[in-house]
Design a protein around this ligand. Structure first.
Ligand SMILES: [Zn+2]
Length: 393
């Protein structure tokens, strides 16, 4: 056992409300934080003047997608056409980018060929160095519904139930459902209602029976309410939240995963993307920001997610830039840091072993130069990253 004591840093553990002078220690073999008093450390690292926080958790990614279309054609539409080998290559590259940029755990919410599930297994067995992955496999979508390229068409309660069970059998620890249309696909709107309450409830039941979660892509108001009624653990995007939807989320303890990066990234590249996508994206941006701000002020629990993989929505600085957008929308910097640590861990049901700097939890943390509670941009740019107690090179 090799132990390292980290001294003199200011630390946000995930559980405190400010960066405090806390010394902490890791065991590089178990990859966990340890109680520093148990044994004199083999090595001491002085972090005077530095800030430490838990590794970032991103609750909404699509690792099989190349946001810059360098390999093949247009983003999500391309995933199935490029095939499993190419998509696995893209996924591994994206995981490396995430890890280098401080993301130590993700929830992937729509993949092809169960690539997320298989990479999740390898990471768990310490056979690859990557962020931990809660995988969903293919999303469950209605026939012709949103995200069919990364989904399984499923109609009616029985078929949804069967496909949810199949995903779980293959290793899914979350079921992704499509409650509404969206921005990235032509011929539908964010307001379109897609899977019904009964269909979604069947999948939610199957996930919950196993102690796992279900989440819904839900953008329009009615679809959002349908998903909450069905009992999903989180609403993804939540573009058009009215007061009733916010109240329902509070009553049902439903998380919100905003993904403000998704429309923002499209809106930075209007000349390079199809008209339909840019038009829809510009139309939702303002409502999205207002919704997220209102939900944050009302006390809805928020977990950070980016939707990385959609057009120009990168796997590098995207997660830390999302925090900046969240603060601009009205979250306090503390809410933003909680959304990317303890809250996301709770949503992913990994909070018993990840998401905070405490003895026995995975030693996933980042070292940065400035206090992000004073300037949220401090999380962006170069940082030192530790995954399971080892420095990411
Ligand atoms: Zn998505």
């Amino acid at each position: 056992m090799t132990t390292i004591l980290f001294k003199n840093a200011k630390v946000f553990t995930g559980k405190n409300t400010d960066f405090e002078a806390i010394d902490f220690a890791v065991d590089t073999e178990s990859g966990r934080f340890i109680n520093q008093e148990t044994k004199a450390a083999d090595k001491v690292i002085d972090l005077k003047g530095k800030y430490v926080m838990p590794g970032l958790i991103n609750a909404h990614t699509h690792i099989v997608l190349d946001p810059f279309f360098k390999i093949g054609g247009l983003s999500s539409v391309n995933a199935v056409k490029t095939g499993a080998v190419v998509n696995t290559y893209i996924a591994v590259d994206n995981l490396n980018k995430l890890l280098k940029n401080g993301v130590t755990y993700i929830r992937d919410v729509g993949s092809s060929d169960n690539i997320d599930l298989q990479l999740s297994k390898l990471e768990k067995e310490n056979k690859i160095t990557a962020p931990g992955i809660i995988g969903s496999g293919p999303a469950l979508v209605m026939t012709g519904g949103h995200g069919v390229e990364l989904g399984l068409e499923s109609d009616g309660v029985d078929e949804i139930r069967k496909n949810a069970r199949t995903n779980i059998k293959n290793g899914a620890r979350n079921i992704k459902l499509m409650a509404t249309g969206g921005v990235s696909i032509d011929g539908e709107t964010p307001h379109d209602i897609q899977l019904s309450v009964d269909e979604m409830r069947a999948a939610v039941d199957e996930a919950h029976h196993k102690g796992y979660t279900a989440c819904a892509h839900a953008q329009g108001t009615e679809g959002i309410k349908n998903a909450i009624r069905a009992g999903v653990d989180s609403i993804e995007h939540g573009i058009y939240l009215d007061d009733e939807a916010i109240q329902m989320m509070l009553e049902n303890d439903t998380y919100l995963v905003p993904t403000l990066m998704a429309p923002w990234a499209i809106n930075q590249h209007p000349d390079k993307l199809p008209d339909f996508m840019v038009k829809k994206s510009l139309a939702v941006q303002e409502a999205h920001i207002v919704s997220i701000g209102k939900a944050a002020k009302a006390g809805v629990k928020i977990a950070m997610g980016t939707d990385s993989g959609t057009a120009y929505n990168d796997f590098e600085n995207g997660s830390s830039e999302e925090l900046e957008h969240m603060v601009e929308a009205g979250l306090t910097p503390l809410q933003a840091l909680q959304s990317v640590s303890v809250n996301a861990a709770e949503l992913l049901k990994i909070d018993d072993y990840a998401g905070s700097i405490e003895a026995d939890k995975l030693a996933d943390f980042i070292i940065i130069e400035e206090n992000p509670l004073e300037n949220i941009k401090a999380v962006q740019g170069d940082k030192i990253v530790y995954k399971k107690g080892k420095k990411v090179e």
